[in-house]
Design a protein around this ligand. Structure first.
Ligand SMILES: [Mn+2]
Length: 333
């Protein structure tokens, strides 16, 4: 597979790098790192994402080069950090998914279990053991002897730090540290990155006050093991452009002693319901719960989206019921 991917890249001149509809530090860091790595090889790179880069990620230099209109001129696409149709809805709606399907396409991802898996290309490098897509790109670089500039190294470091929550969650392995060390040698500077990240994750007063509202509205279920909060469309309109509501409170929700799971539900006027799931250490149930609800993800971070018209009350009840069932099931070790 690595050979096929390498030769597809070698043969391409105009490459579009695609981020899915949920840009995070991993997908953005991966896209920007590839822009540098492949750009240094003389390739012409365009960065595409169907949704705007959230404010908190804008510490990553180059985010402003991302466009939300799929270009017509490209001979290869690389989809990073996603391998499901569900997360490429914007591209689908734009009518330009066919362009991607009709040309060579590479998928680089570390989500092992997904619904509606992309099926139009065989060039899929999906490593469920990798802490982040950035790590997969690092491995590809090493395997192919591609040059990694300090800028590329820094973006890969951001993507690893993003998905491992600063090397703090279960995805972190000895290999992650080894890669971090190598990226440091290549010129990535973690203290500097952290400083920039902290600066950009600061919130405006209105968001600080909204955070208080969300904390106040947080509900508890299943003997307080499940914490959850509901964000309706009006608040998505008002606050989402400034800060992702889930990122605002989910960490604090998990800081409640009894909490095993934190869920942020969002409901949209068109009937769509989404949920972001995060688990505390020792409760690796997020992926299973998301899958049961029709989504996917990792043990400690996952999500799902409902579009079949069922009501929030119905979805909430079903989600809480199955989450309780998972929490009551003894973990295999
Ligand atoms: Mn990722």
């Amino acid at each position: 597979m690595e050979d096929t991917i390498r030769s597809a890249i070698e043969q391409a001149n105009h490459i579009v790098i695609i981020q899915a509809d949920n840009p995070d530090a991993d997908s953005l860091g991966s896209a920007l790192a590839l822009e540098h790595i492949l750009g240094d090889m003389g390739k012409d790179i365009v960065l595409y994402c169907g949704v705007n880069t959230p404010e908190y990620l804008r510490y990553l230099a180059g985010w402003d080069r991302i466009i939300d209109t799929m270009p017509s001129q490209f001979d290869l696409s690389i989809i990073v950090d996603a391998s499901t149709y569900t997360l490429l809805e914007k591209l689908n709606l734009s009518g330009r998914m066919a362009w991607v399907k009709s040309r060579p396409s590479i998928v680089l991802d570390h989500h092992a279990t997904v619904e509606h898996k992309l099926d139009f290309t065989n060039m899929q490098l999906i490593d469920g053991t990798a802490a982040s897509t950035g790590q997969i790109i690092f491995d590809l670089c090493v395997a192919n002897n591609w040059t990694m500039s300090a800028a590329a190294a820094e973006h890969l470091m951001s993507s690893i730090l993003g998905d491992t929550q600063g090397l703090m969650n279960d995805l972190t392995t000895a290999k992650t540290y080894r890669i971090m060390a190598e990226l440091t040698e290549l010129g990535a500077n973690r203290p500097q990155l952290e400083e920039a990240r902290r600066e950009y994750s600061k919130m405006v007063k209105k968001i600080y006050q909204y955070k208080g509202m969300l904390i106040q509205r947080t509900e508890f279920a299943s003997d307080d093991r499940i914490t959850f909060v509901h964000v309706p469309q009006t608040e998505i309109n008002e606050y989402s452009p400034l800060y992702n509501p889930a990122a605002l409170v989910q960490f604090d929700m998990l800081q409640v002693r009894s909490a095993a799971l934190a869920i942020v539900f969002k409901t949209y006027d068109d009937g769509r319901i989404t949920a972001a799931l995060r688990g505390n250490n020792g409760y690796p149930i997020c992926g299973k719960l998301a899958e049961y609800m029709g989504g996917g993800g990792h043990d400690y971070a996952a999500g799902f989206k409902i579009t079949d018209g069922r009501s929030y009350e119905e979805i909430k009840a079903e989600c809480l019921r199955y989450a309780t069932e998972l929490l009551d099931t003894p973990m295999e070790s």
